[in-house]
Design a protein around this ligand. Structure first.
Ligand code: IGP
Length: 261
């Protein structure tokens, strides 16, 4: 079993348990459920820099990145830095995140928030909305076309944006549909952890122009972004490069200043 298979097997158990404990009516009763979501894809289109900054404490590939963060402070720091949106990991077991992190970020900022999670069930889309997310992530490597359609259409009906993540041509081809807003190419292979920006470069011309192109993972300098912009990318998801510092907001601020110079 590769790590992605393991994560998904655990996720099925976690979601099944949660569904026994929390009725969907409870999620729908959240005051955040009525909130109109902010569009990340619009923010990216209007931005010159297109940074989406992530809150990530640890990961299966890096173990500890930053265990003593205050997610509200990180969110405020990212917003001050001028990022287009923030990605908040909510998986507990492998990434040390939580839905509480998402809510704490929501309480601190207005900018678009992405729930970074392994989505396999409509329940998790309702959960995302109820905890203040504006955007959901769908990972093509673990979903079939029908699941992508059901989950993305539910998100759209709740006014959320959808970021669909692919790693190769086959995943891209099976996934294209109008209920997606952004196509993210993950430079990290979630099965082997190998990282190469060439993945974004080679898939770029296969992504139709109706979708905002996002390059994800392994981005650590502005040269990489300037290079990827030539391939049509408008969004850049950066986690570790900011989170490994003691002040992620400041790291994002310095980075964006240089990029915008
Ligand atoms: O820390 P990095 O290399 O800058 O990567 C951020 C983000 O792209 C990465 O965390 C990620 C991309 N897709 C995912 C899917 C699940 C969990 C995590 C991810």
């Amino acid at each position: 079993m590769n790590i992605l298979d393991k994560i998904i097997a655990d996720k099925h158990k976690e979601v099944a348990l949660k569904k026994m404990l929390v009725p969907t009516s409870q999620l729908e009763a959240s005051s955040l459920f009525e909130r109109h979501s902010n569009s990340l894809s619009q923010a990216l289109k209007q931005s010159k820099t297109g940074i989406i900054a992530e809150h990530k404490r640890r990961s299966p590939s890096k173990q500890t990145i930053n265990q003593d963060t205050n997610v509200g402070q990180v969110a405020s720091g990212y917003q001050v830095a001028g990022v287009c949106g923030m990605s908040v990991l909510t998986d507990i077991k492998y990434f040390g995140g939580s839905l509480e992190d998402l809510m704490l970020a929501r309480a601190s900022v207005d900018m678009p928030l992405l729930r970074k999670e392994f989505m396999i069930d409509e329940f998790q889309v309702l959960e995302a909305k109820a905890h203040g997310a504006d955007v959901i992530l769908l990972i093509a490597a673990v979903l079939d076309r029908n699941q992508i359609k059901t989950l993305s259409e539910l998100a759209k009906s709740l006014s959320m944006d959808v970021l669909l993540e692919v790693h190769n041509e086959e995943e891209l081809h099976k996934s294209l549909m109008p209920s997606l807003d952004m196509l993210g190419v993950n430079n990290r292979n979630l099965k082997t952890f190998e990282v190469s920006l060439d993945t974004s470069k080679s898939l770029s011309q296969l992504i139709p122009n109706d979708f905002v192109k996002v390059s994800e993972s392994g981005i650590s300098n502005i040269e990489a972004i300037q290079d990827l912009q030539k391939y049509g990318y408008e969004g850049f998801l950066i986690g570790e490069n900011f989170m490994k510092t003691s002040n992620p907001g400041k790291a994002a601020n310095d980075f964006i200043k240089n990029l915008d110079a």
